[in-house]
Design a protein around this ligand. Structure first.
Ligand SMILES: CC(C)(COP(=O)(O)OP(=O)(O)OC[C@H]1O[C@@H](n2cnc3c(N)ncnc32)[C@H](O)[C@@H]1OP(=O)(O)O)[C@@H](O)C(=O)NCCC(=O)NCCS
Length: 404
């Protein structure tokens, strides 16, 4: 079997192979885009081909930027369109593609890759760990009253306008871009996603209302994308995009106070979201579908650790096991004044961990002590798990809403 890079000429065969792996058919594209795959980068994708020339597997990558703790923006490969024909499964096709892809990403000088996993059992063996989490929050309309708060900060002096998704792409792109630069765990949505209407709502052509928030000077600083489906029952919020808590609260109030709906569903609520605490009735906000979202893979441990921002001084010796090659080794991580140094060391380790667990704790969304208690990470001395918790925590929990 051969793993080969694709070009634009392979688009149809790539899509057909991937869709067959999913048990679907490739639907024709609407004019000028509108399908999830419109933003595929055909020079970054791989096809697995049998000795007699039949394509049996696909794997792709997008060129994203990822925001790390400390508002550091770095390139990250977004692994996508991974599939193997049902006739050729469990024979190592995926393993061959993953090895090939990891090698290629390293050769390009990339030090992080990320993905969304269809099933949680697939990617840990390739060094990926779940790093951001999400859930839905459902609020019955008749229990949506907001509680009086003691210290709401600056009251919202802004305004909200409802526009149609179809005519507001540029405005949303601009708001999203400002937001993702300030939000650890967020991915860029490159212009081609907006221009070709790739992905899922609100980037796709699906009709949506967009509540745009503007500050007192009229500058757009947040939006909520939502639909009423079917009219008069459920209002579903695809995403609320703002880096400002006051704006987020104003947008939540706006959708919660809608008439003609019985319940409001917020997709993409990050852990620790304040909304439940803002309602008079704490139990009115019902969380569900809690799940992992972004999985992270470190391709170069020292580079990745020195790239992110840090908020507490400290020192840790990390013994990192990377079973499928690459950066297997012992690293001394020293953080001073927000910057880290990471050098090889012979010192006794503080923590022994797999590179997939390092991916999980890297953005600050998974506490190292949880993975110690789970038996994933081995702590070699008392107190070191707490130290790791403090060290790896970011300025705010990481969150990613982008689907790819
Ligand atoms: C997931 C998928 C790509 C796996 O491809 P594959 O070629 O069968 O995988 P491999 O043969 O290389 O398997 C490697 C290992 O992973 C395990 N594995 C692979 N897919 C798995 C799954 N879905 N659940 C549990 N284990 C899985 C295999 O058992 C094997 O384990 P082993 O090394 O201990 O024997 C394939 O099943 C598929 O196309 N599924 C539908 C599409 C999909 O879910 N894609 C992922 C999108 S994120």
């Amino acid at each position: 079997m051969e793993i080969r890079a694709t070009t634009d000429n392979d688009r149809d065969v790539f899509l057909d192979t991937f869709h067959t792996a999913l048990g679907r058919f490739t639907e024709p594209q609407a004019d000028g885009g509108g399908a999830w795959w419109s933003a595929l980068e055909m020079d970054r994708n791989l096809l697995a081909v049998t000795a007699d020339g039949r394509p049996v597997g696909t794997a792709g990558a997008y060129s994203f930027e990822l925001t790390l703790p400390g508002e550091v923006i770095v390139p990250a490969a977004g692994v996508t369109a991974v599939g193997v024909l049902p006739s050729h499964r469990r024979r190592g096709v995926l393993s061959a593609m993953m090895r090939h892809q990891l090698g290629e990403l390293r050769a390009r000088g990339e030090f992080l890759s990320v993905l969304l996993a269809s099933e949680a059992l697939i990617y840990r063996r390739f060094g990926y760990g779940p790093a951001t989490y999400t859930s839905r929050l459902t609020v019955p309309r008749h229990r949506a009253a907001f509680a009086a708060t003691r210290a709401p900060g600056t009251p919202d002096a802004g305004s909200i306008e409802v526009v149609r998704r179809a005519g507001s792409g540029e405005l949303m792109e601009e708001i999203y871009d400002r937001y993702r630069r300030a939000q650890p765990g967020a991915l860029s949505r490159p212009h081609r996603w907006w221009a070709s209407r790739a992905g899922q709502p609100p980037t796709s052509p699906a009709p949506r209302h967009i509540a745009v928030h503007r500050d007192a000077d009229g500058v757009a600083d947040g939006y909520a994308s939502y639909s009423l489906d079917p009219p008069g029952t459920t209002l579903t919020v695809d995403e609320t995009i703002t880096a400002d808590d006051t704006v987020s609260t104003a947008l939540a109030r706006f959708v919660l106070e809608h008439d003609l709906v019985t319940q409001i569903v917020f997709k993409h609520c990050p852990p620790g979201h304040p909304l439940r605490w803002q309602l008079t009735d704490f139990r009115a906000g019902q969380p569900s579908d809690e799940t992992d979202w972004l999985w992270v893979r470190l391709l170069d441990v020292p580079r990745a650790l020195t790239a992110r921002g840090w908020f507490t001084d400290g020192e840790l010796v990390l013994d990192v096991d990377d079973p499928i090659g690459g950066e297997h080794g012992r690293h001394l991580l020293t953080v001073r004044d927000g910057k880290a140094e990471c050098v090889p060391t012979d010192r006794e380790p503080d923590l022994s961990l797999d590179v997939s667990d390092l991916g999980s704790i890297y953005l600050g969304g998974t506490a190292p002590s949880t993975l110690v208690r789970a038996g994933h990470i081995r702590a070699h001395r008392p107190g070191v798990a707490d130290l790791a918790d403090t060290l790896f925590r970011g300025e705010r929990p990481p969150h990613c809403v982008h689907w790819f």
